[in-house]
Design a protein around this ligand. Sequence first.
Ligand SMILES: [Zn+2]
Ligand SMILES: [Zn+2]
Length: 389
Amino acid sequence: MGQALAKREMDKGMKQYHEQRFAEAVDEWSSALKKMTKARNKFEALGNICLALCDLGKYRDALTHSGLQIEVANDTDDPVLKSEAFLMYAICNEKLSEFTKAISYCRYCLQTEKVADRTQSYAHLCLGNAYVGLSEFPKAWGSYTKALTLARTKNDKFLELMTSARVGHMFSLLTDYDTGLAYCCKAWDVVSGLPEGDPHVRYRRLLAVYIATPYRRTGRYNEAMDYCERASPRYESAYSIMSETGDRLGQVEALSGMAKTATSQRDLAKATELNVKALDIAQKIGNKLEMLRCHARLRTLYAATGDETLAHRHFSVLRQLLDEMELLCGVCDEVVGERPEKLDALRCGHFIHGRCSDYLARSTLGRAGKTRPCPACRRKSSENPALYT
Ligand SMILES: [Zn+2]
Ligand SMILES: [Zn+2]
């Protein structure tokens, strides 16, 4: 009796979900969950609730439900369900900027004795996002490459769209806006090819934000505006939204924006305070790129106020971070991502300047299979980047 009612509520919730009435769907599924007795049914209801809560941006609630889903999966002792639950837990952690936890749970997911193909593919995407969160770009590139290959072999358009968008975002972070834009445009093409009414069409808005960044940074404001009317909402309101949803990386970005505004208004004391606050959050979540940017801004601010000791201290931390992030080009030993320019990713995940890849290409001539070790890590053989663009 109760089970039949639960089934009807599950179906109703699904219908609401497809109509993007996420909060109503959560209520419906939660009510169904209370009536359920079988572990498998509970697993499905909890999974649906997590998805809808993520769509609502309620990542903390989603994480709680995801924890319950892991408990249910452990009861069933079904490895496929366990791996699925681990992935959901990883995704929620990634959204909450708990990148190290996200990586651990992706690993648990992939190490489960039996993992569905789809779960595996999305685990690689989540791993890539978490590595970008920690600014471990070579590892991120490796995970994204796996996700993209799987998306193409399985013809999973949604995975391809999400991965291309995130790869584009990563290149924009490394200030290679042309490559960033190329990946984002690939994702845009996928989303534009979807029939109207496809549930994935709503990702168009997210994509618009990613695509607007490289356009804005390369000075093509008109194109940026076409994609996104409000790519950068007021920093103060963005900051409060990010605090509510627990998006700490977003908080760092908003605080950095506020700090830049204060600097341009010559309010150096306020700018310093905001940068210190941003640095503190960036350190807590372990995002080295944002830490680096905070240190760079603080260095300039202290130099401007004549405090050479503090300026120098920030500079030395900055150099150390660059080393840790492996953001030095293996060919010329200069910094990668310091100013806008084309980059090439080698198979091992290391990035080199586009202008340096000719040099690398020449030095593969005469070598077996036209390959040579990556100049940075030397361990893995790396093909001439010009051959697989
Ligand atoms: Zn170089
Ligand atoms: Zn390498």
